[in-house]
Design a protein around this ligand. Structure first.
Ligand code: AMP
Ligand code: MG
Length: 407
């Protein structure tokens, strides 16, 4: 079987995954989701002219020739209506930040530039101010009719704040995908039980559940299933019913006729690919009904890299992200040491530690232990260096990296 180029394998996966049906969500539960509608403000923000400072609302013309003394007629606090309050010639109104600007006033003098006189009944204004000083006008931030969130925008903390600022407390958004993670194999042991010869601990399930959570999805632990056609069939049918996508690991290598493969071929439309990448060459992908199923390689590093390259972009597409945000961005970095490889027709994803130097440049160094079974080396790395087919790069050369965490 020929090797499938990475872009082609990715295209097969993405073509089978579509955005989930949008739901109404409260702002409180919307962080990180993607808006499924555009939201237009019905209000101006701020809604009224108000003071940018604690100080005195004045007529700017009265400050000419400062210092000048003005009569303090009243106080307007933030939250006060200011209704009926007027600043006449020779007058000032004590005003707090955010309070409505009284009629007649066209500027605010900050309290630091004033001196209280006669028990506060008068104020000495220490500076001349121009009209408009320290005023915030209605609509300075937003006008009624402005677009505040567009379809496809990620609901970041700032955007949630903007929605709140215009009185929107719920909106239509793409829900987080429920991602079922399943391990198969009689050899797998979970927890602290002592191992018999031939047994291994199931590290992929917790890793993949965590990767799903980091991708913004809802991880669903589907446990471990024994190598038995009946149990595997049952597990996949339940999984595809309960979840929006299913991720398994193991049993997808070349020439591996294990039961996962037999069952998946019977239940769904699967593609068994050998992708031109290292690690994570084998990939089974398909659908059972309309539910995408990812058969990732069993080797722990491979399953993580495969999740990053195929499952994460697919899940982000399902969760409504625009195409430009499906993949992790490739960043430019400088290799601190050689990143060597041999020509083999594949793109290599080398595990590296990336740090940012004083100039703000990304610098990378390969971690020791580049085997696809060496999970602890992967765990020490925070990025993958993308090495095209060839001999790799010398120390000091440029290289592209994919930052994995913090994410
Ligand atoms: P396979 O793709 O089934 O041939 O598995 C490749 C390697 O991955 C083998 O060494 C398995 O022991 C290992 N492996 C498979 N499933 C898991 C798992 N859930 N956790 C850790 N290692 C696994
Ligand atoms: Mg196996």
């Amino acid at each position: 079987m020929g090797l499938v180029p990475l872009q082609e394998a990715e295209a097969v996966v993405l073509a089978a995954c579509s955005p989930l049906p949008p739901q109404r969500v409260a702002l409180a539960g919307a962080l990180g989701l993607v808006a499924a509608e555009s939201v237009v403000s019905a209000e101006a923000v701020p809604g009224f002219d108000n003071s940018a400072m604690d100080g005195f609302a004045v007529r700017a013309a009265d400050t000419v020739g400062a210092p000048v003394a003005l009569r303090v007629v009243t106080t307007v606090a933030a939250g006060g209506t200011g209704s009926g309050v007027r600043v006449g010639p020779g007058e000032a109104v004590r005003i707090m930040t955010g309070a409505p600007v009284p009629e007649g006033a066209d500027a605010v003098v900050m309290v630091e530039q004033t001196t209280s006189l006669r028990d506060g009944t008068e104020v000495e204004i220490g500076v001349e101010v121009a009209p408009g000083t320290a005023l915030r006008h209605a609509g300075d931030d937003l006008s009624a009719g402005d677009l505040v969130v567009d379809l496809g925008d990620e609901l970041t903390p700032g955007r949630l704040g903007v929605l709140a600022s215009v009185g929107v407390d719920e909106l239509s958004a793409f829900p987080p995908a429920r991602v079922g993670v399943l391990s198969t194999g009689d050899e797998l042991v979970s927890g602290s039980t002592p191992l018999r010869t031939g047994q291994i601990r199931d590290s992929n399930r917790p890793t993949l559940l965590a990767l799903a959570a980091r991708a913004g999805a809802i991880p669903v632990d589907l446990g471990t299933v024994a190598d038995d056609a009946g149990s595997i069939t049952e597990a996949f049918l339940t999984a595809t019913e309960r979840c929006d996508a299913v991720v398994t690991s193991g049993g997808v290598s070349m020439g591996d006729f294990d039961l996962v493969k037999v069952v998946l071929d019977r239940l769904g439309q699967m593609r068994w690919m050998q992708v031109a990448i290292k690690p994570a060459k084998p990939l089974a992908f398909g659908t059972i009904g309309a539910t995408p199923v990812f058969g990732l390689p069993g080797n722990p590093v491979s399953s993580m890299v495969s999740f990053e390259l195929f499952a994460r972009p697919a899940l982000r597409k399902m969760m409504g992200f625009p195409a430009a945000a499906w993949r992790r961005p490739l960043l430019a970095a400088v290799a601190d040491g050689p990143l060597q490889r041999r020509p083999d027709g594949k793109t290599h994803f080398m595990r590296v530690v990336a740090t940012v130097d004083e100039q703000g440049l990304n610098r990378v160094r390969a971690v020791a232990g580049q085997g696809s079974h060496q999970l602890s080396a992967m765990a020490r790395a925070n990025a993958l260096a993308v090495l095209d087919d060839g001999d790799g790069v010398e120390a000091g050369a440029g290289v592209r990296i994919m930052l994995l965490w913090p994410s």
